[in-house]
Each structure stands twice: as C-alpha cells, then as structure tokens.
Design a protein around this ligand. Structure first.
Ligand code: ADP
Ligand code: MG
Length: 323
C-alpha cells in the first residue's frame, strides 16, 4: 500500500515546487484568504504552508492522507463539473509517503484542533491541540526515503527559483488572496489580497514594471480577456514574463504566445518578446480534456479562432493607445 503511494508520488510530486503547488491548491480550495509559504534549502529541508481556510475535521484528518480520499467529489456528476483545483485525492497521500509531515488543523467551530505527524506514510503522532482556525502543514526532508529521487533534485537556488515561479503564478491567478512568501527567513513578497490584479503585479515585479503596463479588457464571444500587456519598451529577451491563465489556471501554450508576438509585430525588435499577464476565459468545450490535469501545457480546440481573437484584441488596444 505504501509502495503504491510512493509510485503515485512519482507522477505529481517531482520536486519541492510540485509539493507547494499541490498544497497551495488545497489551501485555495479550502477558501483561505491568507496564505503563508515558507521554505528552507530550496524546499528540500522544509516547506511550511499556513492557511486560514476551513480546516479539516478531527474525523477526517487521517482520511485526508489516504489515497483517493477527497472531500471534493461526491458523485460522478461532481467529477464532470469539478470546479475545485484538486479532485484526484492523491496529493497528500503521495507527499506523506516520501517526506515527514506535520499538520495542525482546526475547523472554525471545533473546540480544539488536531495535530498529526506522518513520517514516510506512517502516523507517528495524533493528538488534540489548541490552534488557530485553518491548516498549517510542514513538509520536511522530501524524498528522504527514496534516495534515487532525491538525487535528481537540483541545488537549492534552482529549486527555490522553481518555487518562486510557481508561487508567483498562483498569487497572480488569485489576487483576492494574500500570499506571503518567505525564503530562508527573508520575506520575498507579500501580496495585498485586495482582489486587484494590478497591485498584485506591482507587488511581485515592482513599480518600474507596473508603470509600463496597459490594461486590457476584451470580450468577443466565446472569448473573454482581462489583464495587462507591456508597452513595447517593456519587452524582454525571453518569454519569462508571458504569463497566461486560461480559466484561472496557469498554462503554457504555443498558440497564445504566437498570437501575442504577432500583435506586436513591427513594434519590437527581432528576438525580443512582449510581456503580458493575461486571464483568458473560454468555454471548457474549447479545451482539450485529454491533457493531464497536473500539466501546465494545454491544447485548444479551434486553435486558429483563439489565435485570431487574441491577436486582434491585443492589436486593438495597442492601436487605441497609439503604439
Ligand atoms: P484533493 O485535493 O484532490 O481532494 P488531496 O490529497 O490534495 O486531495 O487532499 C485530500 C483532502 O484533504 C482534501 O479533499 C481536503 O478535504 C483535505 N485538505 C487538504 N488540504 C487542506 C487544507 N489546507 N484545508 C482544508 N482541507 C484540506
Ligand atoms: Mg489537492
């Protein structure tokens, strides 16, 4: 049974950043509006995620660490209409099987909280505890019992780079939540959680970056776009700041960056890439559902329509701004 979990862990849990992604998605699903992320040694030594969400009931804590235990699906219909981010019920079981977990959680109206420690999938502590509402989860020594996997982790600075990148994107896709990210005891950023994308971008990338953005708001059935594009002078020599969210999920997609590039044709130099932080809303029938939910790559159906609409939307606003 533990072996199954360890194998399953290999599919979604590849590095500390993937652990953080799963845990943050859980905190978001739990309706938190304040989340703290702390890491040590690129997340290899320690990851702490503390949220103020709904918490887990005393009866359900151990269950949450069992494979295919999810509180988010009650019927086959739920599966089809799943709006929550996680619905596979595998993350916690997988993470617990390859690390040392310490969780403190309390539901809003519960008189006390629960404290559980699980090492390599084995429960070593289970007690009542006084704690604040929400969930605080520590993951230590990732892959300590799977040395072959540990060996593939990169050096701390690279692993923390992966983590920053993921936490940034999650923060940008949820400006209504305040994210505080701490690396080796030093605060990297603290987003306001005021539901304003612009102030979230400002907080992550600074004033100079934010000053050179143009707001875009566009609707042309079946597509909706909201976000910011960079003035041509903000363009970069890589695509790191081409950030797309499709239906609230961070994605990488060739069609989207090609449409962006094409819209800036003539405005920027060759080998330069425009900047954007764009939320794109499309009916789910336009997305290919066969792509693994944990992957950021997505495929559109009717690609060329998407390409045209995005390109036109961006061209229109650039023209309007006389660029
Ligand atoms: P999934 O998210 O796919 O349901 P997970 O293994 O990630 O599976 O989580 C298992 C269950 O544990 C969730 O369905 C949820 O009920 C509970 N859970 C996990 N993290 C939290 C959290 N931060 N706050 C409240 N409940 C949580
Ligand atoms: Mg989950």
């Amino acid at each position: 049974y533990q072996t199954t979990n360890k194998i399953a862990a290999g599919e979604v849990i590849t590095n500390p950043a993937s652990v953080i992604k799963e845990l943050l998605e859980n905190s978001i699903d739990a309706k938190s509006n304040r989340i703290i992320i702390e890491i040590k040694k690129g997340g290899k030594e320690k990851i702490l995620i503390k949220d103020n969400g709904v918490g887990i009931s005393a009866d359900d804590v151990l269950l949450a660490f069992k494979r295919h235990a999810t509180s988010k699906i009650h019927s086959i219909e739920d599966l089809e209409y799943a709006t929550t981010l996680g619905f596979r019920g595998e993350a916690l079981a997988s993470i617990a099987s390859i690390s040392k977990i310490d969780i403190k959680t309390r539901e809003k109206n519960a008189k006390s909280g629960i404290h559980v420690k699980i090492h390599g999938g084995k429960v070593i502590l289970h007690e009542e505890i006084g704690c604040t509402k929400g969930t605080s989860l520590t993951v230590e020594d990732i892959f300590y019992n799977t040395p072959a996997r540990y060996k593939y982790l990169k050096k701390d600075s690279i692993e923390s780079g992966y983590i920053s990148s993921i936490v940034e994107k999650i923060a940008l896709s949820h400006p209504e939540i305040s994210f505080r990210f701490i690396n080796e005891g030093r605060q990297v950023f603290h987003t306001p959680g005021n539901n304003d994308l612009y102030s979230c971008i400002y907080c992550l990338y600074g004033k100079k970056f934010a000053d050179d953005l143009i707001e875009i708001q566009y609707e042309n059935h079946p597509l909706k776009i909201f976000g910011y594009i960079g003035k041509p002078q903000l363009c970069r020599s890589n695509k790191k700041y081409q950030i797309f969210f499709v239906n609230h999920r961070y994605v990488k997609n060739r069609i989207l960056s090609q449409a962006l590039q094409e819209a800036y044709k003539g405005l920027i130099m060759i080998h330069k890439y425009p900047v954007c932080i764009l939320n794109i809303q499309v009916p789910s029938s336009m997305l290919d559902v066969n792509v693994h939910p944990a992957k950021t790559e997505i495929l559109f159906r009717h690609e060329s329509l998407i390409y045209l609409l995005i390109k036109e939307a961006i061209r229109e606003i650039l023209k309007e701004k006389k660029l």
